[in-house]
Design a protein around this ligand. Structure first.
Ligand code: ADP
Ligand code: ZN
Length: 289
């Protein structure tokens, strides 16, 4: 049986055809443009491929409640062309197959649990620090959903004493995403993250914010592994700084061998899957049905 998979991101869509064994047999990448341009290209790619179901890992906020009449509809996304766009319905209609939808980060968490750096545990978080900050959670075979999907990038954090940057989040100004995603680095320091590699104070402040978030997630969700990806996490020096800050902030309160200087390197880790994490996770959504 052939299955379709889509990783729908703010900058690109990755389209794949795979099988029930989780193998991607064919894949293309197209830019995210206006939906009237991008969606016809998606339909054209899958046309005649004989897929029986389609998994979609989408940027959000997106309606992921399978019983909702607006299942797969985009909500208040900063990609204004896509606000209120019924992506799930358009794909279902256009391809005539069931579409199974989750967030891009939930799908990435599931993919890391199935094939990446969290295959040996039953619970994990996947956090992306890129244009925005978002996290998905995988718990015992399922991703975490409820009222909607978690929005872990928008939590409040304590301000660093040396930081007076007001924050970029259109909803909350200085939530985590508002002060620690890629665009805030640019706004605060006047250069892109990739050009700030040699400035230690940038990464100390970044780690201070990200570690607070991880500490909160550890208290609330108690994941057995935390995978951190996205453009900003390409600064590998962030990992040791974040791990050190997390241990200091937890201050020994949560007892686990992983939350020790010796083991934390195995606990807060980079992704095991690179380019295919999203599309493979979307395929897994289609496989599970
Ligand atoms: P997106 O979130 O749009 O899917 P990315 O995860 O690549 O894409 O995130 C893009 C953001 O990450 C930009 O703000 C960019 O400046 C920043 N970024 C990309 N590469 C690096 C890098 N090597 N070091 C620091 N920041 C980076
Ligand atoms: Zn926010």
């Amino acid at each position: 049986m052939k299955l379709g998979a889509i990783e729908a991101g703010g900058t690109k869509f990755v389209l794949g055809v795979g099988n029930e064994q989780g193998e991607i047999l064919e894949k293309i990448v197209i830019p995210t443009e206006h939906p009237d341009i991008t969606v016809p290209k998606v339909l054209e790619f899958f046309e005649g491929k004989g897929i029986e179901r389609l998994g979609l890992g989408g940027f959000g906020p997106i309606d992921i409640n399978a019983t909702s009449p607006e299942y797969g509809k985009l909500q208040k996304t900063p990609k204004t062309d896509w606000v209120d766009y019924p992506l799930g319905a358009k794909l279902k209609e256009g391809l005539g197959v069931p579409v199974i939808i989750d967030t891009d980060v939930n799908v990435a968490a599931m993919s890391e649990a199935k094939w990446g750096n969290a295959t040996d545990v039953n619970t994990c978080l996947y956090i992306t620090v890129g244009t925005g900050i978002g996290a998905g959670a995988y718990f015992h075979g399922q991703t975490l959903k409820g009222l909607s999907h978690p929005e872990m990038g928008h939590i409040p954090v304590k301000r660093h004493p040396d930081d007076d940057y007001e924050g970029t989040c259109p909803y909350h100004k200085d939530c985590l995403e508002g002060i620690a995603a890629g665009p805030s680095l640019m706004n605060r320091w006047g250069k892109k993250g990739q050009e700030l590699a040699d400035d230690p104070k940038v990464w100390e402040m970044e780690a201070f914010y990200l570690a607070q978030a991880l500490t909160t997630y550890i208290y609330i969700l108690s994941p057995e592994r935390i995978v951190m990806g996205g453009g900003v996490m390409k600064q590998a020096q962030l990992f040791p700084l974040i791990r050190k800050n997390v241990l200091e902030m937890l201050n020994g309160y949560v007892s686990s061998p992983f939350l020790t200087e010796k083991e934390i390197d195995q606990y807060i880790v980079p992704p095991g899957l690179t380019d295919e994490a999203g599309v493979k996770g979307a395929l897994y959504l289609a496989m599970q049905q």
